[in-house]
Design a protein. Sequence first.
Length: 179
Amino acid sequence: MFGGWTIDRNLAVTCGVTEDPNGILANDLSTNRQVLMGGPYCDQRNSDIPFRHEFKLAGSYPLRFGLEVGAVLQSYPGWEKSIFYQVPPSLFPGGRTQTETVVLNEPGTLFQPRMNQVDANIKKNFRFGQKQFSGQLDVFNLFNSNAVLTTNENFGSSYDFVNTFLQGRLFRLAFQMKF
């Protein structure tokens, strides 16, 4: 049996990145998500962003007759959410043609629900002459959790609609031969 627990908090200071008082949207290299650079929340040290916990536990146990069972428990915090509002150009004076995107919530205030997943497997080892064989059945997402991974973050009638969620229960058969 082995496992691990991680606790972290990611704070960014992006003041001075842009002259735009609302900030600009850019891709965060660590999460590959859209984040606001600059703007009213450019110094996240002033925000009350919580520590996030991640937990993993795995183990296997040999049984009689060459059988082995194993399980993995994974628990991840949900992704941080933002509320983006795209101000239409018609609201700006002077014939502007581009929309302006504004973040409506402070960083660290909205998150997707926590994602928990349990995987299990059973394996049978056997020999035939000098060759060693194993057959295995894996079940991923054993309890068929449907945790929400991402939602629509644009303010409007479809705000918070689910975009992606955890893949449903999945079975895998595996066979291995060593010679």
